[in-house]
Ligand binder design. Structure first.
Ligand code: S3P
Length: 439
């Protein structure tokens, strides 16, 4: 994986963001298109697929289980589905690199198979909590060994799963999706109740492929023994990748950027809501629906930002966007306070600590708290920061340079390829003065 050949970014200060961009495809939807397309009956054609390492890791696992998958080629993937019972035992263990979505969703889906398999990942993934999926899966009857609640996961096939009624202890689309995927293989009904709404791409795609999903308030239910019918899936541009340019334009005077065909699923638009509360000038045009997911072009023009108390109900709706939002907070007038976001501590890195460290290095008053951060807007200085192999931290500090007093060096950036291949080229195209160097 990319982290073997590391990369640094050097980003020079100043500039503005101008133009039109279509950022790569949505990571969450790309993963799900491969998983559900593989289990469907018939041929699923995917367009706009994210050719990033995480989604490619999921694709490789299904190929290794005998699914004929053609592509990706410029975002096009053709999946010849094998049906619910058609996966074959892999010859080796699955290595899914940095990808939390792969390991957590696959743990549910693979618990329903007749064969054994093992899922492992890179250093960051090997430190991430898996009990949140293995505990409820065990209640369903799955047998999974972990290393003290962390990867690798050894899944013993041939278990007969039974539906459960489960109250999620945290707002997590990965855990919800894991249980819905296992629920397709379980006897009876599996119900998952969420403490707060999280991204619902799994539910939408299951329904779009003819598998009934019942949603009543915050409870989502599925009954085992159904089937999926192949369909065509148009993956929208990823709002989480678009975020870097939204924040870039929001902080750099004179900016005006339009991000094309971005997924604006209501469970993902916390970043738009939060930036608007901070005073950002954001407008949506060309709103449409594609394959059961809403999309729009998002235009962001520079406007001065002010610090806010971030509403806690927006946290799960912007969960991946906080590193970039912290840069917006650093450029805003006054104080921004985030609470209720302890989940950020168990992402690809501890995003509260790592962002606080980097912001402090650049001269910003940023105080981490147990479940959030307090940031006072100020003048961003130059300096050297570490992304801790976290793609979103690397891209966030890259855009910070637009408002910095000098160059920013960001170390350990190779994992940007997990979610945003071509970031440096696209960022340069719209006005960021960024160099990528090996080392
Ligand atoms: C994802 C869900 C989120 C998010 C991750 C992708 C998904 O994780 O952070 O990048 O595709 O379901 P949690 O559900 O653990 O919050």
């Amino acid at each position: 994986m990319s982290s073997e050949i590391n990369k640094k970014y050097i980003v020079h200060p100043g500039g503005q963001i101008q133009g039109e961009l279509r950022v790569p495809g949505d990571k969450s939807i790309s993963h799900r298109s491969i998983m559900l397309g593989s289990l469907a009956e018939g041929t699923t054609k995917v367009t706009g697929f994210l050719e990033g390492e995480d989604a490619l890791a999921t694709l490789a696992t299904f190929r290794a289980m005998g699914v004929d998958i053609i592509g990706p080629d410029k975002g096009k993937v053709t999946i010849h589905g094998v049906g619910m019972q058609g996966l074959k035992a892999p010859e080796k263990e699955f290595y899914v690199g940095n990808s939390g979505t792969s390991i957590r969703l696959l743990s549910g889906l693979l618990s329903g198979q007749q064969f054994d398999c093992t899922l492992s990942g890179d250093k960051s993934l090997s430190g991430r909590p898996m009990k949140r999926v293995t505990d409820p899966l065990a209640l369903m009857g799955a047998k999974i060994d972990t290393k003290e609640g962390k990867p690798p996961l050894k899944i013993h096939g041939g278990s007969s799963l039974k539906g459960i009624d489960y109250l999620l202890p945290m707002a997590s689309a990965q855990v919800k999706s894991c249980l819905l995927l296992a629920g397709m293989y379980a006897e009876g009904k599996t119900s998952v109740t969420e403490p707060a709404p999280t991204r619902d791409h799994t539910e939408r795609m299951l329904s779009g492929m003819g598998y009934a999903v019942d949603v009543e308030g915050s409870t989502i239910s599925i009954t085992g023994g159904g089937k999926l019918t192949a369909t065509n899936i148009d993956v929208p541009a990823d709002i989480s990748s678009a975020t870097f340019f939204m924040v870039a334009a929001a902080i750099a005077p004179g900016s005006d950027i339009t991000l094309k065909h971005v997924g604006i699923n209501p469970t993902r638009i916390g970043v738009i809501n939060i930036l608007k509360l901070m005073g950002a000038d954001i407008s949506l045009t060309n709103e449409a629906e594609t394959g059961g997911e809403p999309v729009a072009d998002i235009r962001v023009r520079y406007a001065p930002l002010k610090g806010i108390q971030i509403p806690e109900d927006q946290v799960p709706l912007a969960i991946d966007e906080f590193p970039a939002l912290f840069i917006a907070a650093a450029c805003a007038e006054g104080q921004t306070v985030l609470t209720g976001a302890e989940e950020l501590r168990v992402k690809e890195s501890d995003r509260i600590q790592v962002m606080a460290d980097g912001l402090q290095t650049l001269g910003i008053d940023a105080k981490p708290t147990e479940d959030g951060i307090v940031i006072h807007g100020g003048i961003i200085g130059s300096g050297e920061v570490d992304s801790h192999s976290d793609h979103r931290i690397a891209m966030s500090f890259a855009i910070a340079a637009l408002q910095a007093g000098g160059s920013i060096q960001i170390n350990d950036c190779a994992n940007v390829a997990t979610s945003f291949p071509g970031f440096v080229e696209m960022a340069s195209e719209v006005g960021l003065n960024i160099e990528e160097i090996d080392g």
